[in-house]
Design a protein around this ligand. Structure first.
Ligand SMILES: Nc1ncnc2c1ncn2[C@@H]1O[C@H](COP(=O)(O)OP(=O)(O)OP(=O)(O)O)[C@@H](O)[C@H]1O
Length: 339
């Protein structure tokens, strides 16, 4: 996807004299490490990619930034990292305004955006040595130790001597994470960290993320995969077409939403007919189950109607709502990953 600026990770804008070169603030009264107010980006072509975003990422959370392709996730991340300027609105990262405080903030942030930039002809270890050498605050005397520790953290010690071009996509992602972990970080920002990986690679990256979060680092990761967010995140925000539709603890997002009604029965055909008649929406039949969206009325009456019609009901329950149910309830649309 083309961007307004090149892939340089140099922060834009200088730190003005009014912004002291000190440690970024501790997360602040509201305890958020990322905080945006009406953050908006309109690209030069006129495309409104992010529209009035108010995002709050609590310290210590694993925060999933969820949305179909093209919903504005990468654009938001690039604004947060000071890579592009917002059209309007504001963003604070670690309590400091971005992009103005990029120089002070970014050393505390490990970022993996759009796949790591690697030299294929160098070994995994030497790629990390290069990254570390590019950091003016990194002491060269302890470089080898730092690189070894980062490789160990992501499980690449055994493959450290191999050229990066021989790495699988999953190994490349892990090497990118290792680069982000050369220094202790307060925040990790990962843009679609499992994109393009096979299921095994996805599992590895997800468990690595959980592990990284367990030591208190806040992790902000974007994804277009609902189940991924449900599996690894404590909090999430859901975007669609540049707008935020909801945010909060993952457990709460779906709590106001009714899950699907599921009837287990050998008489699926008859059950489906009765359920439709009773006002159940989106009826789906699988082997020995019929599910659907429950209507807003007494469910016991639906059960009675099934039994009266001679359906042998072996199970009758409303399942716990998933994030997908919440998305559908909030937008009235399916969660279309193809965007
Ligand atoms: N440099 C650019 N110039 C113009 N429009 C852009 C630019 N970059 C992104 N867009 C558009 O802005 C919208 C949001 O894109 P963005 O990449 O932020 O979404 P996303 O949610 O990260 O999706 P993806 O996962 O596909 O990258 C899209 O409609 C996209 O086409």
């Amino acid at each position: 996807m083309p961007y307004e600026h090149d892939e340089s990770r140099e922060p834009m804008g200088d730190t003005p004299a009014t912004e002291p070169e000190s440690e970024p603030d501790s997360p602040g009264v509201d305890d958020s490490v990322i905080h945006t107010r009406a953050l908006t980006k309109r690209y030069r072509g006129g495309q409104l990619a992010v529209d009035g975003l108010d995002l709050t990422v609590p310290a210590g959370s694993v925060f999933g930034f969820l949305g179909p392709n093209g919903s504005g996730k990468t654009t938001t991340i690039r604004m947060l990292m000071g890579l592009i300027e917002p059209t309007s609105g504001s963003a604070r990262v670690l309590g400091r305004p971005m992009p103005r405080s990029a120089r002070t903030v970014l050393p505390h942030v490990g970022a993996l955006i759009e796949g790591p930039a690697l030299y294929g002809f160098l070994s995994g270890r030497d790629n990390l040595v290069r990254y570390d050498a590019a950091d003016p605050t990194a002491d060269p005397r302890t470089r080898r130790t730092r690189v070894a520790a980062a490789l160990d953290r992501v499980g690449l010690t055994a493959a450290a001597g191999k050229k990066a071009k021989a790495y699988s996509l999953g190994m490349k992602q892990r090497l990118g994470l290792a680069a982000a972990l050369l220094q202790p970080r307060r925040l990790l920002v990962l843009d679609e960290p499992t994109n393009g990986l096979d299921p095994q690679g996805m599992r590895e990256i997800r468990s690595l993320i959980r592990e990284l979060a367990s030591d208190g680092t806040t992790v902000f990761l974007s994804s277009h995969l609902l189940d991924e967010i449900e599996q690894v995140c404590t909090h999430a925000a859901v975007m669609t077409q540049g707008r935020l539709i909801t945010q909060g603890p993952v457990a709460d997002l779906a709590s106001g939403v009714r899950g699907r009604l599921a009837v287990t029965t050998p008489d699926t055909g008859e059950a489906a007919r009765v359920l439709k008649e009773q006002g159940v929406g989106d009826v789906v039949v699988t082997e020995d189950r019929v599910t659907g969206e429950p209507p807003d009325r007494e469910l016991a009456d639906i059960n009675t109607a099934l039994v009266t019609a001679g359906v042998r009901v072996r199970g009758f329950a409303v399942e716990r709502a998933t994030l997908e149910d919440a998305f559908v309830a909030l937008t009235g649309e399916g969660f279309d990953v193809a965007g």
